[in-house]
Design a protein around this ligand. Sequence first.
Ligand SMILES: *Cc1c(COP(=O)(O)O)cnc(C)c1O
Length: 432
Amino acid sequence: MSEHFIFDGCDTVELAKTFQTPLYVFSETKIKEACQELREDFIEKYDRVRVAYASKAFNTLAMLRLVEKEGLCLDVVSGGELYTAIKAGFEAEKIEFNGNNKSIEELEMALDYGVGRIIVDGLQELELIQAICKEKQTTANILFRITPEISVHTHEYISTGQKDSKFGIPLDESILLPLIQQAIEAPELDFYGIHFHIGSQLAENQTHLAAAQVALDLVKKIYDTFGYTVKELNYGGGFGVRYTTDDIRQPFAYFLDPLMEKTIAFCQEHKLYRPTIVIEPGRSIVAEAGISLHTIGAIKTLPGIRTYASIDGGMTDNIRPGLYHAEYEGILANKYDQAATEKVTISGKICESTDILVKDIVLPPVETGDIFATFTTGAYGYSMASNYNKIQIPAAVFVQDGQAELVVERQSYAQIIQNERIPKHLQSGETR
Ligand SMILES: *Cc1c(COP(=O)(O)O)cnc(C)c1O
């Protein structure tokens, strides 16, 4: 018998048998390790700093509960994420609300719960918040998300800080300064500061540093213009992870130490209060803690071209290859000790040509029934999953030291159609 791939003490082939495939498997140990690194190298190392886990990377009750226990705050970007956070027991005060088009209902919900911060993306939203606060006789703690006009080295689809972006307020003093003045003067607003998030999957720290300089210059500008002391700066997330052996995963300190050094030095030099520094990592907390398990089904060899081995899922449980050419690596979990000798392409079962999980990967001889494990699928896999082709959203388990716990049940066919209705005029006649 071949050796099986063991993940956080659990035999992944057994997991596939017990919970069926496709399956998301999250190592609780690895999630905790990332949180611990953030505590040791940031939260406990510096005064007045916070980490808000960007929950869109993987937003489920179990994950949010774990993150809360690990001492992190939370970033949400929709009413649904906020709802999940509250249901998971997150204190509203520890939640920050981002997004470039928050609805009236979402803003009302956020203010009713009393979220800690609202990151405002423009004038329309500012006025909406003011109106809601006046009506509810409450106040909102706000930051402005700016567009620092920094181009980052990542895929353009996950780049967010460039000048032409739907995110943030343009770095134009004639736009930005009146907004800030309005926020400072409005009695129903408590103006905390400035936020940026320049993009995702960044391997180098220069772009964060360049964006921080922009934010710090603004802190000084705000002090010089309005005599107002900015209380908080949010430097976003975007710290890169290792998907393939070509990727580099830098420790958090590689980004955070120079950022803090720059911030502290700037504030000392200009005799400014050093604002609280908040970061919002998502991917870097959960991506590498997750793997996906699929069963190999049909295998098709096109002579002289390539061999396709199809899995029982695909872009419905991991859209990143199709959406932005993301690359992954994986193994045959049930042939862990066998030599990789054959080049195959792992394709999904979805009716789209872009539904290719891994192109030209070298594996041991692939057979129907093998379990393919994809690495680094913990972020933006489950959270971007869809029912396209009426495929069920897979289950997710947490594993730790050989123990496995179901945290998301596999969707049933009945659940897929539970919100669908047949209108009256179509109801007559035979149904089966
Ligand atoms: C997505 C997002 C993040 C997290 O990005 P990662 O690359 O997952 O770290 C942080 N802040 C905001 C505003 C985001 O939209």
